[in-house]
Write a protein of this length. Sequence first.
Length: 374
Amino acid sequence: AHPRKSSSSVIMASVSEVPQTVEWQGKQVPVWSMRTIDYGLVLSQDPDEVEKVTKACLEDGYFQLDLNGIDGRGMLEDRQEVLKLMHRFFEAPLEAKNEYGLIDSHLGYEPVGNRTGAFGAGTKDGYEMLKVSRDEIQQGSPRVPSPIKNSGDLHILERAIGSCNTVTKVILSALSTGMGLAGAERFEKSHRNDRPSTTTLSMMHYLPAEVTGQSKIGHQKHTDISSLTLLFSDQWGLQIRPPGECGAREMGFVEPKPGCAFVHVGDSLRFASGMKFQSCIHRVVPFDPAEHRYSIAYFLRAEDDTMFMDSEGRYVTAKEWHDQKFKAFTDPPVWQAMAPKSMILGGMKEDGADDREPVAPFVPEVSKETAVQA
Ligand SMILES: O=C(O)CCC(=O)C(=O)O
Ligand SMILES: [Fe+2]
């Protein structure tokens, strides 16, 4: 059992067994510590940092990436520009934002309530989202809605996608080295820029529960489809379930750190590593129910025709896995419950029912009897 008392004075060098805690919904919830990786050192292929990032993926499936040095600062500036653009975009009328709708699963606009919410069946998600495809940006003719389609906006999106791509590829390359992979075996070989993929920049706006109502909240528990996810948010709300000895440990918060991104392993890289890497079980809950929350996720994904063995022991392409899992995300809860659980969680084990039950005011507006656990 984990101590419940706040221990802010505890210095956590790497992964500590003693979590700091934060009060949420009237309870003390862990704030999980994690390894911090220095981007500049990884960029230099510093042997100790390469080992550290590899260990983080093998043991945890996630880490904090420190971008405060000169090599990362450009990425941080690009990210600030995207944030400003997001504010402008999400303030636009729904018809303008939804000009193209959801063109493809990795591209376009999704309004609030398209998927299952933070507390499973009976809740819908509480965010609206715009995704911009890396392939389209590279080809120079992206389909983005008119509120952010002037040349300045497109320049901001292009720069941000370029920066995110560089940062994630640098990490991918370090992981190949850390795993002792050479030649065609290296992870970069299945993530070439000129080959089609569903790689995308996703911009999310979580609305306050006051606006959406209590049945539309947060983002359901899942692992990502991606190889690597580079996630930026200055605001609380992201929760993870770290892998444990006998299944995942309890849900706890990720503390937003200035100048840092939260990076985690998705299904594709876990599969490509022969299940050696962990992937990260996570969700988003309303930390402050009165707050608007903004997050940016870059999903680096494998080339569409990359083959791997999935969590079901099937031989599938990256595109097939993407399409099937995306369908599972957006299916109604009853269908979702029929899909293998391994699909939503990418085969990650989750023993023990220590996932926290929501308490008022977040109890879904549906009776427990009719709720099917996804
Ligand atoms: O908004 C966040 O912080 C996380 C979003 C997420 O998990 C996702 O889009 O896959
Ligand atoms: Fe995610």
